[in-house]
Design a protein around this ligand. Sequence first.
Ligand code: GRF
Length: 201
Amino acid sequence: MNEMSKIAILASGAGSNAERIMEHFGDSGLARVVLVASENAGAYALERARRLGVEAMAFSVAELRDGRLLAELLRRQVDFVVLAGFLKLVPQAMVEAFPRRMVNIHPALLPSYGGRGMFGLHVHEAVLAHGERQSGITIHYVNGAYDSGDVIFRATCPVLPSDTPDALAERVHALEHRHYPAVIEALLRGERSYEGAVLNI
Ligand code: GRF
């Protein structure tokens, strides 16, 4: 039997996805979240990690860019990196250290409504401003640019005429919580499909 995979999560903010992922793998024989790291020392994601007994680490943007964060991941023998509301661009050396082993989730249907500045409520405001009738989530591999790595999985939800950005965000968040931990598990298992959809593995 292979050793358990070690997952690190990078999160800049609230960390509700990070929490779901920590819980999902809490008693798994497959993988364990060994680290939650943030460039924002006040991120609630770090507090959630501490509460769940997972190591929480703050780092500076300089440490992200000059390779010290990567060294910390390698020192802990991390196999898989999950971005969950991480707002900084991942440097190329880190992308190359985790080929097809670093994923992100975006709260819209990429390639639309992604890229620099498209985070948080900005995404949902833009979806509503364009009169879209459908939104959703995109889970994708991380490359050296925002929101543009190969897509692994998408799930959709309706956009209602009465939606505010907050209401749409809530519906999308529910989709994220349902699918992100399960898709990560499918990737770690090398499964080619999930809920009837073909995964790009
Ligand atoms: C999520 O909507 C995710 O798609 C985006 O950032 C948000 C993070 O939410 N990348 P949370 O911090 O996990 O609650």
